[in-house]
Ligand binder design. Sequence first.
Ligand code: ADP
Length: 615
Amino acid sequence: MFRGKLRNKIIFFMVLVSVVPVLAAGFLSVWSITLSHKIDVANLETALIEQKYNEIKRFMDNTVLGNIIVNVSYEQTTDVAPQDQKFLLGGILERVPGLEWVSFINLEGRETTRLTRLEPDGVSEEDLRNWSGIEGFSEAKAENTYLSPVHFTLNGPMVTVLAPAKNKNGVVIFVTAAEANLEKIREVVENASLGSSGYVYLADQSGSFIVGSGPFDNIGGGTSLEGVGIISGLTGRSGIRASDWKISARREDAKDDITIKRDFLGTEGQRKYESFFGEKVVAAGRFLPEYNWALIAEWPVKEADASVNELIYNNGMVSIAVFAAAVGASILLATFIVRPVKTLEAGTERVAQGKFEEKIEIKTGDELEELGAAFNKMMAGLKRLEELKEEFVFVAAHELRTPVAAMKGYLSLILDGTTGGVNDRTKDFITKVIQSNNRLVQLVNDLLEVSRSEAGRLTIRVSPIDLVSPIHDVLVELEKMAEEKHVQLVHETLPQMPKILADPDRLKEVLVNLVGNSIKYMGGSGTVTISHELKANELITHIKDTGIGMSKEAQEKLFEKFYRIATDKTREITGTGLGLFIVKEIIEKMNGKIWATSEGEGKGSTFSFSLPVAK
Ligand code: ADP
């Protein structure tokens, strides 16, 4: 499932294991703190709104409404004497400092007396109004207290109140009207604050601003807030627009209208939106059903959420730091684990190449070091095995040499007729046995040579020599064999042949092998050309033939022990596959190199070796 570098896997899992819990914990704490903060803000705003609502209500109920709802102890049903009217109204005006004027309206809707602050004895006849047909009057006559929308004067925000006055029997006998100044409410609202930038404001049923704190200090009464946050929420959500709000406070039958106006209190009601001042705020709001007003608290998010934002920032920083530390630590760990593994891998590679000398070194003081020690032990065992094998081959080959040589001698004697007459048939057989014996001799000799080389017993004594004479000797030696196979041997010397550093006997062995192979693998008549090339401090000798050639793959394995190319053309040719291996060992021991090239099968081959030039 997981493929790839061990190092990367370790880093990946370490980071996963260490970072995920930190991130999860961070996320959880941010989440829970954000939630509790949201609750805190909601509670603060709700508490402030409820407090201000109570203060407003106290003022309105106790001061304004409570005083103009008059119950009269008269028996009469309609008429109240003018001086009684004045007495009644004067009392109210005196008791409620917030009232601008009070008036007495009879059941026909005619205003009969009005007392104002400037004219406490009553206004003149022509200033009296006719209230019949006006909604507020009909409401009051129908026993409901009526509160008008807020209107704004130089003296402050005003509301007109109309209330029924009942006689002893509870029958409405006239209507009192009064103009209440809401300056007191301004004081209540203006001192309300949340943190240093939160504020509270009051809006009426048409969505018009009445009074407010903070930045609302500078906003004129009556400014439309329609569409701002909760103002639209209060109207839009309940399904009726601000302009549809019924002027129905205190009406018994208006309960339905009132209840569909939503409150935005607590966490459920909390809203975030862009304020009238274009600032992102978190807000709560409440509908004041008695007066058809809305009381709203807004707190700029910048301040309200500052602590939480800082927390999230810090959390992010910690997460980044933990991530970086985890990555760093896992890279270190991965390196600690992977380095010994790499050392082991390199050791295994050497064993695969048959090199048992160099031990591996792991110094981690743990199981990996133990593994390294075990590996070294295994390597020592393998080395011993290799030595035993070589020794066995050497002893076996050595012991075979004498009987094989003896067989060869006796067979030659028989064939020569020394032991008496031999008929042609027997001669034929004896010849075949001699050929087989020759192959055996070759194999034994090759094996001995290989063993010697592997055991380091291949004795080579280099000295500056002339290459031409060994080549000449070899060509003479192989002449007969070449002639039999119709192969021409050519030697092209350089005008100036330098002396080289080599062992003359071993060099002959090499040449016999290479030139012998060229003749052997000619596959018919052809030419073997020996030529030379001088390069830097080396003399390169090429033995080029026009024989059967070889494929690219074969060229790579040519110098391996027991390797023989198996094709139709080589099937009939006998050999051990050891010759080129021995040749390579000898050349390399003389500080030279050997290689073979061929254009391919049937295109001839060239064997080349280089040897250092003697200084
Ligand atoms: P042997 O000749 O005893 O088989 P060598 O080690 O001398 O072993 O050669 C290995 C193999 O290389 C040979 O079996 C032969 O297939 C191939 N070979 C060697 N020399 C030549 C050559 N000149 N042309 C083509 N093939 C060759």
